[in-house]
Design a protein around this ligand. Sequence first.
Ligand code: C5P
Length: 208
Amino acid sequence: APPLVVAVDGPAAAGKGTLARRLAAALGLPYLDTGLLYRATGRRVLDGAADPRDPAAAEAAARALTPADLARTDLRGPEADLAASAVAAIPAVRAALLDWQRAFGRRHGAVLDGRDIGTVVFPEAPVKLFVTASAGERARRRFLELQARGAAADPAQVLAELLARDEQDSRRAVAPLVPAADAAVLDTTELDAEAAFAAAMALVRERL
Ligand code: C5P
């Protein structure tokens, strides 16, 4: 049998990262935060003083990514969020990052979190979770996260930016944010990290 791939998709600030990391540890699998690839691509474009919506600049940035780009400390925050979502709408960028994500997952199996893991990157994954929560709850979590990092944030603005990014990610023509037909939907609005992990592990066991 091929090594196990677990796909964890969903909108921004739904708790995918925390959950996917814990699943990976519990299952003994490598973890890949695929959002980092788009964030790092967006950052490289901004470094070159180009527009993240410019297809040629964004594709060149995606093809030039190095491990050091993924380790940058400026990949989180409103500017990086928007640049990531902009480059992520460009088909040539997604194509440039696809093989790398597939190779990562095929090597030893993996838990990958993103937007299109269950639909595009690993449509054959035996376990697919679509993790979501109400917009208000996701904005609350993102606000607390920003506060904890000492970043000034306005709750109304955090909510507005979250909704704008979800809208852009859901409406794009290529690999839009949508649950795979065979994904298990996990709504974490009323769940803390521990309860979300327990519910996810139950769904994983059901599918193995
Ligand atoms: O998950 P995260 O919020 O870090 O992702 C940042 C952006 O990267 C998303 O808003 C989305 O536009 C893009 N993305 C994507 N496909 C993925 C992961 C992230 O389009 N698999």
